[in-house]
Design a protein around this ligand. Structure first.
Ligand code: ZN
Ligand code: ZN
Length: 154
């Protein structure tokens, strides 16, 4: 079951809600089975190019899906904004792959916000570490997790 994570700035009131983790339908098969019409991947990752790449990794390179995939929070180091994106890590012989996302405003690569452990997403007990980030709106070092509007989703 997925949950939510809300970020708030104590200084200026910046507020953003994120759905994180995975739903009940998000079995590894529903992600790996890329040729099935029920495959969830194209819905989770909107970039056709990335889905195409993943298809190749699962096919030709016999990649395996690592634990800890799920909706997560990404951060732009340039404008400081946070975005909800789907995190996924693949391992294959000789390397690994993670989906890359770009900031819609700055067009630079987003990085996943730090979390406590790799497989924590699947247990739905996520704790993002907001301490190292500055508010995208006012630039102050005052971001906190807002617990006032937590939702569980399937
Ligand atoms: Zn602020
Ligand atoms: Zn940006």
């Amino acid at each position: 079951m997925g949950s939510s994570f809300n970020i708030r700035c104590k200084h200026c009131g910046y507020y953003k809600e994120f759905s994180i983790g995975i739903g009940m339908m998000y079995s590894p098969e529903s992600i790996i089975d890329i040729n099935s019409k029920d495959c969830l991947l194209p819905k989770l990752i909107r970039s056709k190019k990335a889905v195409q790449q993943i298809r190749l990794f699962f096919g030709e390179k016999k990649a395996v899906l690592a634990d800890g995939y799920g909706h997560w929070i990404y951060h732009c180091t340039k404008c400081g904004e946070f975005y909800g994106r789907f995190f996924l890590h693949l391992d294959y012989k000789g390397g690994s792959y993670e989906v890359e996302y770009k900031c819609p405003a700055c067009h630079i690569e987003l990085s996943p916000v730090a979390h406590e452990s790799d497989d924590i997403l699947q247990r739905g007990e996520v704790n993002a570490d907001m301490e190292e980030y500055h508010c995208p709106k006012c630039g102050m070092h005052d971001l906190v997790e807002d617990h006032s509007n937590l939702v569980m989703w399937d």
